[in-house]
Design a protein. Sequence first.
Length: 192
Amino acid sequence: MADLVRLAQIIEPEARALGFELVRVKMVASEAGEGGQALQVMAEDPATGQLVLDQCAALSRRISDRLDALEDEGEVLVEGAYHLEVSSPGIDRPLTRAKDFSQWVGHEAKIALAEKVDGHRNLRGPLAGFEGGKALIDDRKAGRVAVPLEAIHSAKLVLTDELIAATRPLDASGADEIEEIPQDESKEKADD
């Protein structure tokens, strides 16, 4: 078992030192190697809302070095073997912070609750903001529901055309350069 609160306290300054914001720290089943567990760290560059591969690698190195140093001092943060996975939150990102619910107002989200709120355990609909310590969602069935952050088991944006349009690419260089292959050449290449 891992103390996720303690891990977040350790990892957040490492992310901040690189100019990133920590989105989530979570233990998940590992998809690498022999299975086991993975320490999943999601962070974002505030300028883009994402991380590119080099940024993930830099943050992974910082976290690894810090965790190794603490383990050398005798502090066991994760019991047993684990993999460290550092990633960007992606387009259909998890919603973990108050600012996430405000930043993505109008976009569709799914919220699973740890306990029922107003008789509901699952909510889906456009986000309506964050007020008084509560995430607001216009649920398709229940209407406007105010959910305390501590009652949320998981929340994420739903991948829609509107969300894709609102998410700017990190690097669009070359996107306007299309290489045209004359029809005869493309047929020859397909026949090869």
